[in-house]
Design a protein around this ligand. Structure first.
Ligand SMILES: Cc1cc2nc3c(=O)[nH]c(=O)nc-3n(C[C@H](O)[C@H](O)[C@H](O)COP(=O)(O)OP(=O)(O)OC[C@H]3O[C@@H](n4cnc5c(N)ncnc54)[C@H](O)[C@@H]3O)c2cc1C
Length: 425
């Protein structure tokens, strides 16, 4: 594809959003340079592959849009440009077939990210996209050039339009550390504070923070499954979900907790704590359970009795011993009640660097429909650095790809508009 002289788009950040922006800008005829601070692009994308690479979801469109809490209007517009079907077709174009799992989640047929990323980068290079790695973006100089650090050296690059696709602040070891917030704040770009999303929580037992040493040593890392988590939230009413979560050294994490994490995080911010209720024996009738547990236990230990009559053992039994008093553990009725409704108090979201994703970032009010920063004409944003969040399920990557598409197109159009504009008098 011939380059139009002077029509150069810089993409800063080589995650899925940046690479999609690069592909789109290149397809629109721009010369494209991708700048990435790490030694290779797509590190977080590769880690997502360790969990099977949940690319997108098979939800119907309206349901899909509804996953982006509070941002349905904006996401509808993004997904109308590039939705789950478009994403699956795009993957097919790279030779990667996808399938819908039992939960409705969509995965590549080999459940891997590396072949997809390798094929994509190869195609981008073949189409003329230039990659510059070990380039840490520092902001702009007074002439509007992009400043990059390469080891101890600093150099500049000129671009007619720029897409920032710098990610959120989770898992900073993979490259995205949220340091771009300082640069954009200094340019008066309106940002919502970065917060953990799809994250774990610390717990408290009464006034005591965390698990007992005994419980944490014995059970940290163990899954609790199946379990129902019930929670009452002012914004979404009564929520009951079945699944699993994992005990950690300080609290809980895992898919069931992540699914509620945005609401739990916000509740803790306003009420200092959020109490969820666990049903450790989903599917078992409460009255029947109480009758079974009330049966004489003879010489059997309580643990053995609970295992036989309630199917409760291991970490689930450990939770009862941890959260009930000694007296309560002598009362079969109370135990049965606790198995069905066990309150667990969450006091703090785990730090952002442990979270799967990030909420907050560049506010939509700071962007136009092409995802250009209104305060910085010619500078576009894409991906997780924009102020939206979603649960796991493929919604994160889909929005990153969709926004990359929009920003890449916008940047290419902006650059070509500059080219065709009459010289300033
Ligand atoms: C363990 C884990 C599993 C996940 N699994 C899934 C999943 O299965 N499905 C799903 O939908 N989502 C998943 N996600 C989330 C998903 O990976 C992210 O939402 C997505 O990668 C964000 O894309 P992005 O392009 O916006 O940012 P990133 O992927 O974070 O890419 C941003 C890039 O910018 C670079 N960068 C940052 N700052 C600078 C700078 N100053 N200069 C130059 N370069 C810079 C970074 O090095 C990085 O390469 C997972 C996340 C984690 C942590």
């Amino acid at each position: 594809m011939p380059f139009e002289k002077g029509r150069r788009v810089a993409i800063v950040g080589g995650g899925p959003a940046g690479l999609m922006a690069a592909e789109t800008a290149r397809a629109a005829g721009a010369a494209v340079d991708v700048y990435e601070r790490m030694g290779s692009v797509g590190r977080k994308f590769l880690i997502a592959g360790k969990g099977g690479l949940n690319l997108t979801h098979s939800d119907l469109f309206d349901r899909f849009v509804a996953r982006y809490r509070g941002r349905e209007r904006e996401m509808r517009a993004w997904l109308q440009r590039f939705d789950a079907d478009a994403l699956r077709a795009w993957a097919r174009g790279l030779g990667v077939e996808t399938f819908v799992g039992t939960s409705g989640r969509v995965f590549p047929s080999d459940l891997k990210a590396a072949p997809l990323l390798r094929g994509w980068v190869r195609r981008l290079r073949a189409n003329g996209v230039n990659f510059h790695v070990h380039q840490r973006w520092l902001g702009w100089n007074d002439d509007g050039e992009l400043r990059f650090a390469h080891g101890d050296d600093e150099h500049v690059a000129r671009a007619d339009a720029t897409v920032l696709a710098l990610g959120g602040g989770s898992w900073p070891v993979l490259g995205s550390d949220g340091s771009w917030t300082r640069i954009l704040e200094s340019r008066a770009v309106d940002l919502a504070p970065l917060q953990p999303a799809n994250c774990g929580f610390d717990i408290a037992r009464g006034a005591v923070e965390g698990w007992s040493e005994f419980f944490a040593n014995k059970y940290a890392g163990q899954p609790i499954k199946p379990v129902v988590v019930a929670w009452r939230d002012e914004s979404c009413g009564d929520v009951r979900r079945q699944g699993e979560f994992v005990v950690t050294a300080h609290g809980v994490e895992g898919s069931l907790i992540y699914a509620l994490s945005a609401e739990l995080r916000d509740a803790i911010a306003t009420q200092r704590r959020a109490t969820i209720h666990l049903d450790l024996a989903p599917g078992r009738d409460a009255e029947r359970l109480a009758r079974d547990i009330a049966q004489p236990r003879g010489k059997r230990t309580l643990s053995e009795h609970l295992r036989r009559h309630a199917g409760i053992d291991g970490v689930k039994a450990g939770l009862l011993y941890e959260l009930l008093t000694k007296d309560e553990m002598q009362n079969p009725e109370r135990i049965a009640q606790a198995i069905k409704v066990l309150p667990l108090t969450l006091i703090r979201a785990r730090p952002i660097d442990e979270a799967i994703s990030t909420a907050g970032g560049v506010r939509f009010t700071a962007l136009d429909d092409s995802l250009m920063l209104t305060k910085l004409p010619g500078v576009f944003c894409a991906g997780e650095m924009i102020d939206w969040e979603a649960p796991t399920g493929g919604y994160l990557l889909t929005a990153c790809f969709a926004s990359g598409k929009i920003a890449g197109q916008g940047a290419a159009e902006w650059a070509s508009r500059l080219l065709s504009a009459p010289p300033a008098s």
